[in-house]
Design a protein around this ligand. Sequence first.
Ligand code: GEK
Length: 251
Amino acid sequence: MSSNKSAPQQLTDRLFATERNPEDFRFDASVARVFPDMIRRSVPGYTTIIPMIEVITEQYVQSGSNCYDLGCSLGASTLAMRHGIPYADCALVGVDNSSAMIERCEHYIALDDHELPITLRCEDILTTELSRASVTTLNFTLQFVPPEQRLALLKRIADATLPGGVLILSEKIRFESEPEQDTQTRLHHEFKRANGYSDLEISQKRAAIEKVLIPETLAVHRERLNSAGFDQVLVWYQCFNFVSILAIKSQ
Ligand code: GEK
C-alpha cells in the first residue's frame, strides 16, 4: 500500500457537460478523478447510506470473521465498514476491478486514521475469493453486473456468509408501474438538477450508462436474495428510485 498521505485532488464532475460522442460508461481514470463529486450529486441518499453502513456493520460484525466491500471504488463504504468494526481480529477486504479506482482508494485509506488493516484486491467480484463473512457490502455495484450473473454472485456471497451475517445491498431500482417509474425518474433528475447538473449532462450521462447499469424491481431483488440463501430481506432506506436492502442469514 502507498505511504503517500497527500489527499487526492477533489474535482467537480464535468464529464458530460459538453456535447460528446455516445460511448458506454466505464470506470476509468477520468471517472475515478471526479468520483466522490459524481456519486454524491447523482445518487439520492448516498451521503446518508455511507454513515449507516458503519452503524449496520457494528450491529452484525462477528469477531474473527471477514468483511467484504464488493465494488469499493474509492473506499467510502470500505472506510464506513472499517469504523464499524470493533474487533482487531477481523479482516476487511475491498474489491474493485478498476485499477484507476483501486490506486486512488489506496490514498484515501492511507489518510484514514483507523488501525484495522484493509486489503485491496483489483479483481472481479464474480470470482474473488469469499469465506467466513459476517458483513458484505454491495453499495451500488450489483447494478453493473450482467443480470444473468447476479444470482450466482449472490449465492456465492450467501454461501460464504456465517450464520447471523448480512449483506448490505444498495441499488438503483425500476418500478413495475409505468406512472411510478416516470415520476421517480423525474424526481431523480430534479435531484441532479438541484445539484447543478444541466439537462445536457443528465441526458448524455443517461445515454452512456443505460447499457451498463441495469436496474431491476424490488420484487426481483427480494426473490433472488431469498433464493440465494438469505432468510430475511428488508428495505432499510429508500429515496426515489434508490434503495438499500439488508439481507440477513439466520443464526
Ligand atoms: C461507494 N461502493 O462509494 N468486479 C469488481 N468491481 C466492479 C465490477 C466487477 N464485476 N463491476 C463494477 N465494479 C462504492 C460505489 S460504484 C457505484 C460503487 C456507481 C465496480 C466499478 O469499477 C465501480 O468502482 C463500482 O463497482 C461501482 O460506496 O458508480 O454508481
